[in-house]
Design a protein around this ligand. Structure first.
Ligand SMILES: Cc1cc2nc3c(=O)[nH]c(=O)nc-3n(C[C@H](O)[C@H](O)[C@H](O)COP(=O)(O)OP(=O)(O)OC[C@H]3O[C@@H](n4cnc5c(N)ncnc54)[C@H](O)[C@@H]3O)c2cc1C
Ligand SMILES: Cc1cc2nc3c(=O)[nH]c(=O)nc-3n(C[C@H](O)[C@H](O)[C@H](O)COP(=O)(O)O)c2cc1C
Length: 487
């Protein structure tokens, strides 16, 4: 490169960076919704969603309502209180995250609604409904939906109906039926499965599925409908004294008892006495989510799955099905779920990818995306912070990534929580590298975190709060520079 080409390149990079910062500031401070879009007849549908369920449901409601009203569909974080005062009819579709908290794209709205400065806000014009998504395995079931409902009432809005709670544990988020729709897009054929680490305590597997004609983006999720093992189905039939070959019709489809039970919740309480009634009373298994670990250009949809063992010694339903029971060339019922919160925009500013354990899935997908030779705009630097337990048995980073990570633009930090010499978690490494984290954020950088919520996700969030302060972290969330896929 000649000196003048280098200068031109530097100028171009600076211009792109200045434009990006301007866009971020505009996005953060602009009036969020177009006032012209709002009039007395507008039906507002606002969602807050961490991993896409509430968003998908809100989109479905928006489609249904579009024939009747001018519908305005928006993320809750894109709605301001003053805009809400102009709305007469609204539906809020919100999930609960963390320990009874709002999802990231609901936090700023929730804070404004609670802020004592807004105590005099009147929403008397507004009639609203809230559909709350949650999971009854969590102690604070649908807590954010409940809080939002109460706060809207406190500000004078009128509830159209009682709060609707949808329980993911009971398959109530409306997705299971889709797995039985005709069409191949919901069937994923297993091509290969390998155990990545060298331990039987916490085995971690990589699975590859054929992915012809499928499209997704790095950050997206595969929801699977787990099947029961043949052993569990046989045991249930034996305990209920029902023949596996018992035939019956359900919603115009012919079934045998054995086939019917493949996707049904076998631990549901039983009340009915007739064999067919006991069978048809069983709800479908609840779906399980897995971060997609590859990009479509790789021609395979990959997952990285931790085999989960329950206290009774059995395998977890979803991870057990994927890592043990399903065999190569067999079908997994699944659906790709877009997760826009983790679609990291391609910018020249630096990118910090943090992941531990099965969170390697998200790291792998993002790294594949950002190191594609054909990608025109790339982060100037990528910093990869990866955590596992034992350095000798669990260090699966290099073998999992197709991308060479020995590069001048990629920094790799590996930490191991059970390393005899230097036990460390990713959050410890972050605190230790506080200066670098600040510099990355000051340079307009983005942060992506993938892995379990407890321990890693919470720890990383705490470390970022300690390093950057609450206001900055909230700013990063609001301006979509802090992307969290934690579960
Ligand atoms: C957005 C997202 C992305 C994810 N990505 C990944 C990934 O890339 N890789 C990965 O390995 N995992 C990922 N997970 C986690 C994954 O979805 C599963 O939670 C995990 O595999 C364990 O599920 P399981 O079915 O094997 O275990 P389960 O059978 O669900 O058991 C897990 C625990 O759930 C509780 N539980 C389950 N059923 C009941 C019940 N009926 N009553 C009471 N308690 C119950 C129990 O406490 C049990 O210990 C992700 C999760 C989310 C939300
Ligand atoms: C890390 C994590 C924390 C969660 N915390 C709660 C909770 O406190 N209360 C609850 O009812 N549901 C909780 N859930 C369940 C989600 O609300 C539920 O899966 C919902 O369908 C997710 O919708 P979303 O994809 O729109 O975020 C949690 C889920 C995850 C992954």
């Amino acid at each position: 490169m000649t000196e003048s080409q280098r200068l031109l390149f530097a100028v171009a990079l600076t211009v792109i960076y200045v434009i990006w910062v301007a866009i971020l500031l505009w996005r953060h401070y602009r009036p969020k919704l177009s006032k012209t879009a709002i009039d007395q007849s507008t039906f507002l549908i606002a969602y807050a969603s961490q991993s896409g369920n509430a968003r998908a449901l809100a989109e479905q409601y928006a489609n249904d309502k579009a024939g009747e009203y001018p519908v305005l569909l928006t993320r809750l974080s894109d709605l301001s209180l003053s805009e809400l005062t102009h709305i007469k009819r609204a539906l809020f579709v919100v999930s609960t995250y963390g320990h009874g908290e709002p999802p990231d794209n609901g936090r700023s709205f929730y804070r404004s609604l609670q802020n004592p400065k807004n105590a005099s806000l009147s929403l008397q014009n507004l009639t609203f409904d809230v559909v709350a998504l949650g999971d009854s395995h969590y102690p604070h079931f649908c807590a954010f939906g409940e809080q939002l409902y109460q706060l809207l009432e406190k500000h004078g809005a009128t509830a159209g109906a009682a709060l609707t709670r949808l329980d993911h544990a009971k398959g109530e988020t409306g997705k299971s039926a889709v797995f039985f729709a005709t069409g191949t897009s919901n069937n994923f054929i297993l091509d290969n499965r390998t155990q990545l680490n060298k331990t039987s305590e916490t085995p971690l597997f990589e699975l590859s599925f054929f992915s012809d004609r499928m499209s997704w983006e790095a950050g997206d999720i595969l929801d699977i409908l787990p099947a029961n093992s043949e052993l569990e189905v046989t045991r249930w039939l034996h305990n209920h004294n029902i023949s596996p070959d018992l035939e019956f019709d359900f919603e115009n489809q012919a079934w045998t008892a054995k086939r019917w039970l493949t996707y049904r919740q076998l631990n549901s309480p039983q009340t009915d006495t007739s064999p067919v009634a006991s069978l048809t009373a069983l709800p479908l298994n609840a779906t399980r989510s897995y971060t997609i670990a590859s990009i479509p250009e790789e021609k395979q949809l990959k997952l990285i799955v931790r085999q989960h063992k329950l206290d009774n010694g059995k395998l977890g339903l979803g991870s057990g099905w994927l890592t043990h029971y399903v065999t190569v060339a067999e079908q997994v019922k699944g659906k790709i779920k877009p997760n826009p919160a983790c679609h990291i925009p391609a910018l020249t500013s630096p990118l910090l990818l943090i992941g531990a354990g099965s969170g390697l899935a998200g790291i792998r997908a993002q790294l594949s995306k950002f190191t594609q030779p054909a990608l025109a705009i790339k982060p100037s630097r990528i910093w990869l912070l990866y955590g596992e337990r034992y350095p000798d048995k669990d260090d699966v980073l290099e073998q999992t990534l197709d991308t060479p990570i020995k590069s001048s633009t990629i920094r790799v930090d590996k930490v191991f929580s059970r390393c005899p010499n230097q036990p460390q978690y990713v959050q410890d490494k972050l605190v230790q590298s506080a200066k670098d984290v600040k510099a990355l954020v000051d340079a307009g950088g983005q942060i992506y975190v993938c892995g379990s919520y407890e321990g890693m996700g919470e720890g990383v969030h705490g470390a970022l709060l300690a390093i950057l302060g609450e206001e900055k972290v909230q700013f990063l969330i609001d301006t979509q520079r802090y992307h969290r896929d934690i579960y």
